[in-house]
Design a protein around this ligand. Structure first.
Ligand SMILES: Cc1cc2nc3c(=O)[nH]c(=O)nc-3n(C[C@H](O)[C@H](O)[C@H](O)COP(=O)(O)O)c2cc1C
Length: 357
């Protein structure tokens, strides 16, 4: 497998290209507004207000299941980090909050552990902090063309005692990243091969550009057990990479494509219509409030996921993450109360009005 480690003047292993990238992503995310300028699409939908919901607010239950596991609310703490710098602190805070609120969590890309095993604790900390909730690993699918094999995928999940692994699809980000991995040939076959040779669920996500319905159907056919559409309208990876770029041509490329992607709500709706009933779908990309979460579930998601909004609280404390997520849960509860849905199953069958499509 290609090694990217670089050495400082004293011959010590310096931070590799990958760990530097991950550190830059966190710093840029904390300092800059890197949200897309196109909306996620959820704002175009409304629930039908129920002036007499015929229940008490406390009757609303957020409990649900995902891939057969009970969880406290339909919320996933989405893949962000692992590696050097603040990663261990961030993952500890996220993990402790996941455990306290009984929410599933995914760690960030684990490729780095095969080059820098010393950063393993920054991933393991998530499982240590959250022994009782589903924890998912993460790997760029394109890495299957750059040395990552089924064996690495099994190890990545074993290292965190995980419940499954997300392959992320990020062709736009790789194109803009200096030295990005842009050979996306033959990945469907390789993803299928992984699904057939591991005994845990393989899930697939985008990173903010959305999944088209044809691809969703193909992934389902090839054994992928759940899809996070991660659509456009939230974090723009083209903007993040533009801010990192030192080459002006790369910077311009990132700016030109900063709003590229299928708007989240559209990607979700089309994938829901295309996939078999009951196939697990996650909505992320621009989910910013509990009302967005409720609308995503009414549009057909089983769960919604947050990434960027959790970053700042996660650098501060476990309590800051809990406070943010508790607020989101309150907002989901109020949306359900006013829309007349007591349970997440009822919310899934609650009609929305409006919408562009
Ligand atoms: C700081 C940061 C780091 C991320 N790192 C990863 C990663 O390692 N693997 C991955 O699949 N997605 C990664 N993502 C993408 C998110 O999981 C998510 O798909 C995307 O940011 C859209 O959600 P959002 O609008 O809520 O941020 C990262 C996002 C952020 C903000």
């Amino acid at each position: 497998m290609r090694r990217l480690a670089v050495y400082d003047k004293k011959g010590h292993v310096a931070m590799s290209e990958i760990t530097n990238r991950k550190r830059d992503h966190i710093e840029i995310g904390l300092k800059h507004d890197v949200s897309m300028k196109i909306p996620s699409g959820y704002e175009q939908y409304s629930f039908i207000h129920q002036a007499l919901p015929e229940m008490a607010l406390e009757d609303v239950s957020l409990e649900t299941t995902f891939l057969g596991k009970k969880i406290g609310a339909p919320l996933l703490i989405s893949s962000m980090t692992g590696g050097g710098g603040q990663a261990e602190t961030i993952n500890r805070h996220l993990g402790e909050a996941a455990q306290a609120l009984r929410l599933p969590m995914a760690v960030g890309s684990q490729r780095v552990i095969f080059e820098h095993p010393e950063v393993l604790p920054s991933f393991k900390v998530a499982r240590d902090a959250a022994p009782d909730v589903p924890i998912f690993g993460n790997m760029g699918a394109v890495q299957l063309n750059y040395g990552i094999t089924v064996k690495h995928i099994k190890e990545a999940v074993a290292f965190i005692d995980g419940d499954g692994l997300f392959f992320h699809l990020n062709p736009l980000q790789e194109v803009i990243q200096t030295g990005g991995d842009t050979n996306f040939r033959g990945l469907l076959d390789q993803i299928e091969e992984v699904t057939q040779n591991v005994d845990f669920p393989i899930l697939v996500k985008e990173v903010g550009c959305g999944i088209a319905p044809q691809l969703a159907m193909e992934l389902e056919r090839r054994g992928v057990r759940a899809i996070d559409i991660s659509g456009a309208g939230g974090t723009s990876w083209a903007s993040i990479e533009a801010l990192r770029a030192t080459d002006p041509r790369k910077r311009r490329l990132g700016e030109v494509f900063s709003n590229w992607g299928i708007p989240s709500a559209l990607s979700l709706k089309l994938c829901r219509e295309a996939l078999p009933k009951g196939y697990p779908l996650i909505a992320s990309g621009g989910i910013r409030t509990g009302l967005d979460v409720a609308k995503a579930i009414a549009l057909g998601a089983d769960m919604a996921a947050f990434a960027m909004p959790l970053l700042e609280p996660a650098t501060k404390s476990t309590q800051a993450v809990i406070d943010f997520l508790t607020q989101i849960m309150d907002e989901i509860r109020v949306a359900m109360f006013l829309a007349g849905a007591r349970t997440i199953d009822q919310l899934k069958n609650t009609p929305l009005i409006g919408g562009p499509f």
